[in-house]
Write a protein that binds this ligand. Structure first.
Ligand code: FE2
Length: 207
């Protein structure tokens, strides 16, 4: 809380004014230097907020990278079932774009500075760029399945860490995870036979 900000509130039913700070450390008595700006949400420490911002920044980079990769596939996919794959991807792009906006705004809400430039994505991400340009549908779907596996795995790990500090950020990421897992099912459904086995995974999988 910025130095000098009121820590009192008025009960709407009684009109009584009470001290809400619950702060035994004396922060509001001027222990912090005048130029230290404290802008996180009430009830979260600055330290925990910084940890959350760092975790959310990684998820922001993943969401930006994913939405660009999905559009890249949308433009470059060819062959059988072209229109099905081409049109399946745009709603995923839109959803992931919203996710990146929500993550970035959560970072700002916690007092952080979201980094969303192409340079920031390249600097922060820990994975290689999507390698395939124009290619048949199955080749792109096999590659995209792997992309979703990476994003979802990292997202789940972030949910666990974020959940130890902030249920609001955890709730946000869980909602995103639900959509990402749905989208991976859409992709995998194209690669399976009627028994549920993934029959095309080996077709273009060089790893
Ligand atoms: Fe398009």
């Amino acid at each position: 809380m910025p130095t000098g900000m009121s820590t009192t509130s008025t009960d709407n039913t009684t009109g009584n004014t009470t001290d809400n700070s619950g702060d035994k450390s004396g922060d509001h008595n001027g222990d912090h230097s005048a130029d230290e700006i404290r802008t996180t949400v009430p009830g979260l420490s600055e330290s925990d907020s910084q940890t959350l911002v760092s975790l959310l920044q990684e998820r922001l980079v993943a969401a930006i990278d994913l939405q660009l990769t999905l559009k890249h596939i949308h433009w470059n996919v060819v062959g059988m079932n072209f229109i099905a794959i081409h049109e399946m991807l745009d709603p995923q792009v839109d959803a992931v774009r919203v996710q990146s906006d929500e993550i970035a705004e959560r970072i700002s809400t916690l007092g952080g500075e979201p980094r969303g430039t192409p340079g920031a994505v390249i600097e922060i991400r820990s994975w290689d760029d999507y390698e395939i340009d124009r290619a048949p549908t199955v080749q792109h779907l096999v590659a995209l399945d792997k992309v979703y596996t990476g994003v979802i795995t990292d997202h789940r790990a972030a949910v666990d860490k974020v959940g130890e500090l902030d249920p609001v950020s955890e709730d946000l990421l869980i909602g995103h995870l639900r959509d990402l897992e749905l989208f991976q099912w859409f992709v995998r459904a194209h690669l399976k036979d009627a028994t549920g086995d993934v029959v095309h995974r080996q077709t273009f999988d060089k790893s």
